[in-house]
Each structure stands twice: as C-alpha cells, then as structure tokens.
Design a protein. Structure first.
Length: 249
C-alpha cells in the first residue's frame, strides 16, 4: 500500500519485478547501527530459505556477522561468503588482518580460524578497502556460487549480497569513485538475478544518497518513530507506507 496517492498497483508491480528478476536496493537512514542491522537481517532472509549470501563488511568487524544473520543460517562456503574490507578490523597499531606485518596474505587464508562461527574458507580479506579488489573479490564469490549451482543456475533472488556501509568507502575514495564501483557491482548482481543490499547511514535526501540512488532499483528508507524502527520502500515515484523494519511491504 502506498502513501503518496499514486496507488498500490504500481508499487506492487515494481516489487514483483524485483522478486522475479532481482535487482539492487539502497538502504538509507540516519539511524542507529542496530536498525540497519535489523533491516539487513530481514532482507537477507530467514535461515530456512534457500539462499546463498555474500556479506561485505566495511564498517563492522567480521566477528559481528551474527548481527546480520538470523540464527540457524548455513555458514558453509557453499551458502555463505564473507568479504572483509580491512577497514573495521584493524588492531590498535593500525595493522589490518592480512597485512604483511601481520604475517598473512591479502586474500583468503584457508588455514585461518573463522570468525563469528564462519569457516575460514568462507572468508576473504581485502587490504585497506581497495575498491577494485573488493569488486574482484565479490565477483569471484558470485562466480563460485554460479559454479556450485551448475547448469540449473541460481534462482531469482537466491543470491543476496549485503554491504554493511558505504560511508567509509565514500570517505576514503570519494563519491565519484564509489559511484563507478557500485555501477559495476550492481550490474554484476543483476546478471545473476540476485538481490544487492547496500547500506548508507544517511538521510534519503542527503547528497550521497541522492547521487547514488540512480544506480539502484529501489530505496529503502529507515527511521525510528516512538522508539520503533520503521522502513519505507520506494520505486521511481511510488512508495509504501512506513511499516515495521521486520515486515514485508
């Protein structure tokens, strides 16, 4: 149901298109991190759903994966891949896991102990939040899931790719570079009819959100009203009412 007078049919059609064909969502809101995490859990789907998930950690340590995954999620490499962008997991001396000074490589270390209950074979680390390296690593994870799916291929929205925050990347690289990075990433996700979920802790009308939103099929706005986290979905001029963050529009 919409709240802008444009009727529910247009919104329902766009939502059906997203479910049938896949696409990408920008999740925007100047709200506490736990609200973004709750929205991510909902969009990533329940443990019982047949999904393959890629978590891209930019603003949180990968040991906090439980904040984005519902209990019981399959965490094997056949169902879950984690890309640690190396920005949130630095030690006090500024050394990131995977840095030469830390004694590790910049990519997956198969012998390394997993974090957050995630097998080490599911984890890839990108040094210093390098945008091309992040894009390559996510693409390789998608390629891996396609190979596992075999000739049948991935079902629409079976693949869910969640990036926990774009803000550190914008700070480090600037909006134009992040725009180009997201243009390539969102197109790769569309090609496999996956669902991309990119979080931006900023208001919907903020400059960064306004610039990046053109790359996405829809925008999910977040707010807290009377201590209750809420979301509102929008597609090209049609949008839902404000509903609880854990409900489907």
């Amino acid at each position: 149901m919409t709240d802008d007078g444009s009727g529910s049919d247009g919104f329902s059609d766009r939502l059906s298109d997203l479910q049938r064909e896949g696409g990408n969502l920008l999740v925007a809101g100047a709200v506490p991190d736990e609200v973004h995490a709750a929205a991510a859990r909902h969009l990533l789907g329940e443990a019982g759903e047949r999904r393959r998930r890629i978590l891209v950690f930019v603003d949180r340590d990968r040991s906090r994966a439980d904040e984005l995954l519902s209990p019981g999620h399959d965490r094997t490499p056949e169902r879950l891949r984690v890309v640690d962008c190396g920005l949130a997991s630095r030690s006090a001396d500024g050394t990131a896991p995977g840095d030469p000074a830390d004694g590790g490589p910049g990519a997956v270390d198969a012998d390394r102990r997993g974090d957050g209950g995630i097998p080490s074979r599911s984890i890839a680390t990108v040094e210093g939040g390098d945008l091309p390296a992040i894009g390559t690593t996510v693409t390789e994870a998608i390629d891996g899931f396609e190979a596992i799916a075999g000739s049948e291929g991935l079902d629409p929205t079976e693949l869910r790719v969640c990036m926990d925050s774009l803000s550190p990347l914008i700070t480090a690289h600037g909006r134009p570079a992040v725009f180009r990075f997201l243009h390539l990433l969102t197109e790769r996700i569309r090609r496999v009819q996956g669902l991309g979920i990119c979080h931006l802790p900023a208001r919907r009308d903020a400059e960064s959100a306004a610039m990046l939103s053109s790359l996405f099929d829809g925008v999910v706005e977040l707010r807290v009203e009377r201590d209750r986290p809420q979301q509102r979905w929008g597609f090209d001029g049609v949008r839902s009412e404000w509903i609880p963050v854990d409900e489907c529009p």
